[in-house]
Design a binder for this molecule. Sequence first.
Ligand code: GLN
Length: 306
Amino acid sequence: MKVDYRSLLEEVYEEVRQDANEGKVADYIPELACVGPNHFGMALMTASGEEFGVGDYEHKISIQSISKVFTLAMAYELFGNDIWKRMDVEPSGNSFNSLVQLETEKGIPRNPFINAGALVVTDMLVSHFGDPITFLLDFISNTLDNRPININLDVANSEIKHSDRNKALAYFMKSFGNINNDIERLIEVYSHQCAIELSCAELAASFLALANQGYSIHSQKRILSKSATKRVNALMQTCGCYDEAGEFAFEIGLPGKSGVGGGIVAILPNQFSVAVWSPRLNPKGNSARGMKALEILTTKLGHSLY
Ligand code: GLN
């Protein structure tokens, strides 16, 4: 049966607008707090390349931790299963920037999507490329028919200035031998990757390969190996929303990844990718209205992964 995605998104938009817009815009990176808190955008792209959008779906957003999906995919393609020597694949049950498990687990982060794990992934890319940002931008651009990708330097610099927590994570892991590069340099690269800007429409398009068995919809070429597609999706499902990954699976039932810019991307294998943006975050650091919108989407659709 053919789904009328246009009407579906409009219904979601309508329902979400009636809801109280609760939560707080992230301000521990001061520049992120400059965004209007009441934006809402949602874009969906089907596996056959049809695009749909509502609200501010073409507004550029700070992708923040959604960037961790791109860096993980790059690292996995480059180094294969060796990357799991430096981090695990288990949900942490702790907040995204928590330090607590690193001590007992000897500097090995629980997974690549908490900050500690993402810093290890970025460290691998710095060791390999020297300057991985150009390669990361090319990687993302390749998923978007070679469109140029922008970094918001104000956001990057704002994060660098307020990076004590991430530096603490990095130094701590370095003391266990699990970070190889200079910490200042690592934080600079990590903060730039988080400050990449994409719209919901672009996020949905750039994640479509994960819903399309690794193939680009534009070129029909393979962007991700079969194995990377499977593993990145599995990690998005189990760890993509940190200590709310269980709730996300329970309410929404799709692999997804959030960022503190208020974006969330999710995919339904062989069907679609969807990106939503609403800057107010719930206490776990995930977009409150974004979660709600995705829950309404899969409920109305009548199916998810489960
Ligand atoms: N740049 C942010 C940080 O390191 C990303 C966190 C997130 O989006 N959850 O704190």
